[in-house]
Design a protein around this ligand. Structure first.
Ligand SMILES: [Zn+2]
Length: 262
């Protein structure tokens, strides 16, 4: 029941508040139309989340909240994109008190550095997961002229410029788009290693870069979490033999390690 209620809340959120189109958004490659949604209004959206909260409280017993009375002890810090197509149910792992999550456009450490610092230094999470995703609108927008965007958006896209400078613009657009998503994940991992390299050296932290691939652009199946970087190691064969993956089976490793890099 508990799990069902969590999923229900996420569905409500996805259908309403969080499903607004972002600037520069486009149909994802291979994406279907999805179920039709009635037009949202502020009133219908707030009604959905209030009624959803009542349903959540009804299905979550007091002991769910008892566990939250004495502070948090998450095991992982996740920095991911604000995109409404991306949510932590993809891990099928109870997020409450387990996942310290920071979100912004383009899953960037540099635009949320203090929040990431908090997860690593104050909460001592064991993994910093930088999670990009297929068809990221932030990356797509940064690949074009975004001079007409707001100052706030421009500020958070300017920090993606080093990724764009690595794009030789030779491949078809969707190929470049995916490559730039991965290049950005790699850039964020480099930033993470710069900030927290001492903890990585001490074996207290792993900085992992991955892509949540709901378009199957990385060829591991729709919805796969594809690991593209572990502590700066980006070659798939070397990632597959990385000690951080020691507790996975060979089949799990093969299914979840990949790269679109040239
Ligand atoms: Zn995105």
């Amino acid at each position: 029941m508990k799990k069902f209620a969590s999923k229900k809340l996420i569905i409500l959120a996805t259908c309403g508040l969080l499903a607004m189109a972002s600037p520069g958004a486009a149909a994802a490659p291979g994406a279907g139309q999805g179920p039709a949604k009635s037009p949202a209004t502020p009133q219908s959206t707030i009604k959905k989340i209030i009624q959803g909260n009542d349903a959540f409280r009804h299905t979550h017993q007091r002991n769910h909240f008892d566990a939250l009375q004495t502070g948090q002890s998450p095991v992982i810090t996740v920095i991911t994109c604000a995109d409404s197509q991306v949510h932590t149910q993809l891990f099928d792992f109870e997020p409450d008190n387990n996942i310290f999550i920071i979100r912004n456009i383009g899953n960037q450490i540099v635009t949320s550095e203090g929040s990431v610092d908090y997860g690593i230094h104050h909460l001592s999470t064991k993994v910093l997961l930088v999670m990009g995703h297929s068809s990221c609108s932030a990356i797509k927008t940064a690949m074009a002229d975004y001079s007409n965007e707001t100052t706030g958006i421009k500020t958070e896209l300017d920090t993606l410029r080093p990724v764009m400078e690595m794009d030789d613009q030779q491949d078809p657009f969707n190929e470049r788009w995916a490559q730039n998503v991965e290049r950005n994940v790699d850039m964020q991992v480099r930033k993470g290693l710069k900030l927290y390299g001492d903890k990585v050296e001490a074996g207290e932290l792993a900085v992992v870069g991955a892509v949540y691939d709901f378009n199957d652009m990385w060829g591991k199946g729709h919805g796969a979490l594809v690991v593209v970087n572990i502590n700066g190691v980006t070659h798939p064969q070397k990632i597959m033999n990385h000690p951080v993956l020691n507790e996975l089976s060979r089949a799990e490793i093969v299914t979840h390690v990949g790269s679109r890099a040239k």
